[in-house]
Write a protein that binds this ligand. Sequence first.
Ligand code: ARG
Length: 473
Amino acid sequence: MAAKPAKNRKKSSASANPMWGGHFARGPAQAMAAINPSIGFDKKLYAEDIAGSLAHAAMLVKQGILTREDGRAIEAGLKKIRKEIESGNFAFRESLEDIHMNIEARLRELIGDAAGRLHTARSRNDQVAVDFRLWVRSACDALDAKLRALQAALLAQAEAHAATIMPGFTHLQVAQPVTFGHHLMAYVEMFGRDRGRVVDARARMNECPLGAAALAGTSFPTDRRMTAKALGFDAPTRNSMDSVSDRDFALEFLSLASICAVHLSRLAEEMVIWTSAQFRFVRLSDGFTTGSSIMPQKRNPDAAELIRGKSGRVTGALVSLLTTMKGLPLTYSKDMQEDKEPVFDAAETLLLCVTAMTGMVEDMKANADAMRAAAETGYSTATDLADWLVRVCGIPFRDAHHITGQAVKKAEKKTCRLDELTLAELQAVDARITKDVFDVLSVEHSVKSRTSLGGTAPKRVREAIKAAKERWL
Ligand code: ARG
């Protein structure tokens, strides 16, 4: 059968790429021109790319690889390009694939041949590795600052509600009374660990891959310590092949971002529960809720729901990049161009979620009466009764647990709280019970008595707030 020209293999009339097309007779197929470029998203790396090039050029000059004159022209040209991009006067070209080649091509227009010397002793492989690390490092710093603000908002509410009693839940069933401040402080701990992960990941990623060149290093007498220092890295990376193929730093960022997003999602879920008409524990401000076009009474916790929902995007980004990296042989493969979009999206999504959560927490109003009333349901002081039997009557805890169970049964039958049973009714369950037991059956007493380290007693909560402020703010 005679070969038909395949419709989907239209050749573009574009000529070979000026940056690398020396041995190419013609340009890419249409579909290739569509699948290949990354400029649509990696233009975000322009500032990092220019910073990396400035550091590289300065090093080449100092090492005598580039003349002072060329160095000066490159520096001036790059700074001009930065201004062009920042003022919106830069024409990004898809045909130039990515941010690295867009900037270099413009540099050539501006300064001529000297631009071609900038790429001495480096490759796009180490260039993109350094650009992306710089971007992720900044994202770490931004995340840390935002999480700090969230902790500050939680701490302020915790301080106001160190003694506000609410039910603590297990299985979303009333378990034991706690304070709202104590509950909020649990999140201060979570976001504190998130910040710890940010700091750890940042320290690990802070090594400079620039100068690894394509994969094997370079024969030019470069000074990688100089570029590392200029870009704020602690040291150069140690292995050129690892330098251009490693994306651990992005994976670590997405991992810590995912954990943080899950923490946010749990708090968001609690807000959704707390603001429901059945709970009424918390009222969110107008600024973070929406009404309904049909039901005039509605105040929907949309921001909380979106934070809960967006956690899926962040964890999805982690799975996406893990899957991209899995099974890639050393060193660079174009697959790795797919590393950026998930990271950009996850970082921006997460920063927005932290900001929104901070605002919601700052504005929220706790309904202490509703919380207290709920804390008194569900026989929440049953453990206090069992503990009293152990402490005062010397009854083994297992037996005390059984006796308390019978008292609960009695209260259920009478549809009253435990402290509404009469002494006679309690003594019918166990004769050793005395009227002193009523001292421990109130939710106030219950909360106040939990003075163990890390416990919910208001005194302990206030200490925890003070310590957390010193540690985190
Ligand atoms: N745009 C590419 C990326 O993001 C830059 C590196 C290209 N390197 C290469 N050998 N083609 O990964």
